[in-house]
Design a protein around this ligand. Structure first.
Ligand code: AGP
Length: 610
């Protein structure tokens, strides 16, 4: 959720913080602020709105500091306004704090602090932290000790960065449940909630784990646990480049990421296909493959788009690997006391690898002794590190809040895992080869689909004023219907629902009239005839129909109002192709409506609170 960045060193940190916040804006964008300390002076600048507003304010001031922290907020407690924006400060304005997460016992702590005479300015939970730390500083504890003592009283989640005018040679950070990295430079160091904020300055990072606190100076850092145990940390080299996190001339990250799918899908399979053997090789699963193959049951847990990918995975695992598979919303999984056995495998799918609900599901599964495997995009992310083993999808950085290329890459990785397991069970080499052959053809087929951009934009123009949409698909493409509807809702704010096509008769059909566009995902697969019947049912009731169909399908044109014809592939891989026109449709509708595609209202890319 909120983005955090900080700097300590010999340079002026103001442009570094502003640039970092711009990179982090996809994490939250309702307000932003920076706190600076230099030569015994401290200043805070905060604004409601986007980082550009803050940047404008900052440009009118002549600010210079070698120590500073910056924050871009996604509101949890307290409306988006200047007072609730971070950093929060103590009464004397000598102590600044930024926070990502939720302090669950903030009311109790607040009352205690108010009894001690502390005044609160904001409605946030975060402000209690700054006063709590201050209460220890006034007892002559050092900054790091005060942070440590304060965090011992706190329940909830946090990634925090704290600076103090009386100790201007350090920046203190700590995490529990919210990601934090320390970036290493020459006579300068950085901290951030994710590496994109500091990638322009360093590629050497240290990932903090939950319960850890780091004291960062310009020439080094130390890490200990909140309970005071010194820790040696490993330094990691970041492999992503700056170009990968730039818009690269595209008007929006979302469009860039949709178009990148030719490559991202290729990258997800690179070096992983054993074409002659009709199987896949996944280094990340090498040590656990036998346990996976012998699993009695597979559970897949995820949120949002990743949950839709999980549903496709369920079809794949059950059809080819013949292992009973269940999919569960991560947010529900943990709270219903799930039955998890030691011979179960639990997959967690997460683009960011930081989603709080998915992490909670991971911990639940681990505690119950299952084999816990992560499918993540962000290398070094918490879910990737906390899983027992896993597979990176290698889609490259995804910045647009609406997930696109990560979805198709998740599907590829699920197909690869299916292949690996199924071939070790009963799938023959020739059947495996059919899948590897089709996998290899996908990038070219995606290029063909992207050529339909103009046609899809025209369709978007026709439907831009619709108030509701229905998305219908069957079998493997039922999750695609859900995903198409989610994309439209997220970025165009049009109400849309996805349904298994046959379920329409059991209720949603009552909604159909000439104002209701219905998007059918209708490849010529085992469910085609049934889908055609559903199309007829909608047509008979005056609904306006858009269909995604195979390019060789000559029948469908006369049945529907608009048809987007795409290359054919095998049924298990058809969601990869069918989802792309739906991404473009949602994208164009949002652009035509003049909406902020990359930063849709109320959303954040990485949902690190439960
Ligand atoms: C997708 O477009 C959404 N922004 C959202 O549903 C997302 O997929 C969900 O929050 C899960 O995120 P994750 O994959 O990073 O765990």
């Amino acid at each position: 959720m909120c983005g955090i960045v900080g700097y300590i060193g010999e340079k002026n940190c103001v442009p570094i913080l502003i640039n970092g916040l711009k990179r982090l804006e996809y994490r939250g964008y309702d307000s932003a602020g920076i706190g600076l300390i230099e030569n015994g002076n401290s200043s805070i600048i905060k604004n409601k709105g986007k980082v550009s507003v803050l940047e404008e304010t900052v440009s009118t001031l002549n600010l210079h500091a070698g120590l500073g922290i910056g924050h871009t907020r996604w509101a949890t407690h307290g409306i988006p306004n200047e007072i609730n924006a971070h950093p929060h400060s103590n009464e004397k304005n000598t102590l600044f704090l930024i926070h990502n997460g939720i302090i669950e016992n903030y009311q109790t702590i607040k009352k205690g602090l108010q009894n001690l005479g502390y005044n609160f300015k904001s409605d946030t939970d975060s402000e209690v932290l700054v006063h709590l730390i201050d209460s220890f500083l006034t007892k002559d504890y050092s900054l790091s000790k005060s942070v440590q003592l304060a965090l011992n009283e706190v329940e909830g989640t946090y990634g925090i960065a704290v600076i103090y005018q009386n100790e201007p040679d350090k920046l203190v950070v700590a995490r529990k449940g919210s990601p934090l990295v320390v970036g290493l430079g020459e006579h300068e160091n950085f901290i951030a909630s994710d590496v994109s904020a500091i990638l322009a300055y360093t590629k050497q990072v240290v990932y903090l784990d939950d319960g850890e606190l780091a004291v960062v100076s310009k020439d080094g850092f130390t890490v200990k646990t909140i309970s005071d145990k010194e820790i040696e940390k490993e330094i990691h080299e970041i492999s992503i480049s700056l170009e990968e996190i730039d818009k690269g001339g595209y008007p929006h990250f979302m469009l860039k990421e949709i178009i990148e799918q030719t490559e991202s899908v290729r990258n997800s399979m690179r070096g992983r296909l054993l074409v002659n053997e009709g199987t896949a090789k996944l280094g990340g699963l090498a040590d656990v493959v036998d346990r996976l193959v012998n699993s009695k049951r597979i559970l897949i847990s995820a949120c949002g788009t990743s949950w839709h990918a999980a549903l496709v995975g369920e079809y794949m695992f059950e059809q080819f690997a013949r292992i009973p598979t269940e999919v569960e919303y991560a947010s529900e999984f943990r709270y219903r006391n799930p039955i998890i056995e030691k011979d179960d495998t639990v997959f967690l799918i997460s683009q960011s690898g930081e989603t709080a609900d998915t992490r909670a599901a991971l911990h639940e599964a681990k505690n119950r002794g299952a084999l816990v495997l992560g499918i993540c995009n962000v290398v070094g992310s918490t879910i990737a590190r906390e899983s027992m083993a896993g597979v990176y999808i290698h889609a490259g950085p995804e910045i647009g809040v609406a997930s696109t290329k990560a979805f198709t890459s998740q599907l590829i990785v699920l197909a690869l895992i299916t292949l690996l397991v199924a071939r070790k069970k009963s799938l023959s080499t020739s059947e495996g080869k059919k899948i590897t052959d089709e996998l290899q053809k996908l990038p070219d087929k995606i290029s063909e689909i992207l050529k339909l951009n103009d046609q899809i934009e025209q369709i978007a123009n026709e439907f831009k004023d619709s108030k509701n949409f229905l998305y219908l698909g069957r079998g493997y493409n039922f999750p695609v219907a859900l995903e198409g509807a989610l994309k439209l809702k997220e970025i165009s704010y049009i109400h849309a629902e996805g349904y298994p096509a046959a379920e329409m008769k059991h209720g949603p059909i009552a909604l159909i009239d000439e104002n209701m566009p219905v998007v059918f995902i209708a490849p010529k697969d085992s469910t085609y005839e049934k889908i055609v019947s559903n199309i007829e049912e909608v047509k008979a009731r005056g609904g306006r129909i858009i269909a995604i169909a195979d390019d060789a399908d000559g029948e469908i044109d006369s049945l529907v109002d608009y048809v987007i014809k795409i290359p054919r592939t095998i049924e298990m891989l058809s969601p990869v192709l069918n989802s792309i026109p739906l991404q473009l449709l949602a994208y164009h509708i949002a652009v035509i409506k003049g909406l902020n595609v990359d930063q849709p209202r109320n959303l954040a890319k990485s949902v690190t609170v439960e």
